[in-house]
Design a protein around this ligand. Sequence first.
Ligand code: NAG
Ligand code: NAG
Ligand code: NAG
Ligand code: NAG
Length: 189
Amino acid sequence: MHVVMNKILFFLTTLWLSFWLPVFQFHHGVKGQSATAAQCNRSSPLTQNSLGQSPCDDAAALWGVCTGDATPWPPLPNGSQYSPPQPDLGEVNPCTCSSVVYVLASACGWCQNQNFTTWATWTTNCTTAQQTKGFPSLIPSGIAIPHWAYMDVSGFGGNFDPTIALQLGGTSDTASQTPINDVIRLRLS
Ligand SMILES: *[C@@H]1O[C@H](CO)[C@@H](O)[C@H](O)[C@H]1NC(C)=O
Ligand SMILES: *[C@@H]1O[C@H](CO)[C@@H](O)[C@H](O)[C@H]1NC(C)=O
Ligand SMILES: *[C@@H]1O[C@H](CO)[C@@H](O)[C@H](O)[C@H]1NC(C)=O
Ligand SMILES: *[C@@H]1O[C@H](CO)[C@@H](O)[C@H](O)[C@H]1NC(C)=O
């Protein structure tokens, strides 16, 4: 009953907020949400890596490395997007402010047929030094990060771009256990 009430309250709050905010920033770390993990429902090679993991699985795993909270990300309510790292929650660091975490968080929203934020907004509360290219920490074992997650967001106009991600490769992985502090640059012909 308690859980059901929470769900109803959450739904009503979400509904209420969606009338007042043009974009509802949905925090992935919201406590007390259903244990259901976000799932991709688009038909695209970007929805699965070579291990069958989705960008949402990858985003949650890397977010766990960055913050210590590896809770699966809940599905996005309609009309919302995942919120950038929040200073009030101690989430801002070079790991959460990295291009790979931004790209995977964005791809997680996109693959649910929802929206994603710009790189500029994602890094609003990050210092310039904290805005890292690539991923500055170790990829956890058992997790494969697709090649396209290393796309150069600043070189490509500042945002995640599913079209460019597909050109970079939807299935090949950089299953690296060492930090990769760089991004790949696609030659657009
Ligand atoms: C995916 O789910 C969203 C939200 O429930 C829905 O709006 C969208 O139409 C779905 N897309 C597909 C391809 O099923
Ligand atoms: C999701 O939101 C969009 C735009 O606000 C709307 O057109 C669509 O009908 C909504 N879909 C669902 C499943 O509520
Ligand atoms: C998606 O987000 C981008 C950047 O925040 C915004 O410019 C765009 O209008 C949004 N699209 C929809 C359909 O809400
Ligand atoms: C930046 O941090 C402030 C203070 O916590 C917060 O109110 C604001 O929403 C954050 N901006 C973004 C884009 O997340």
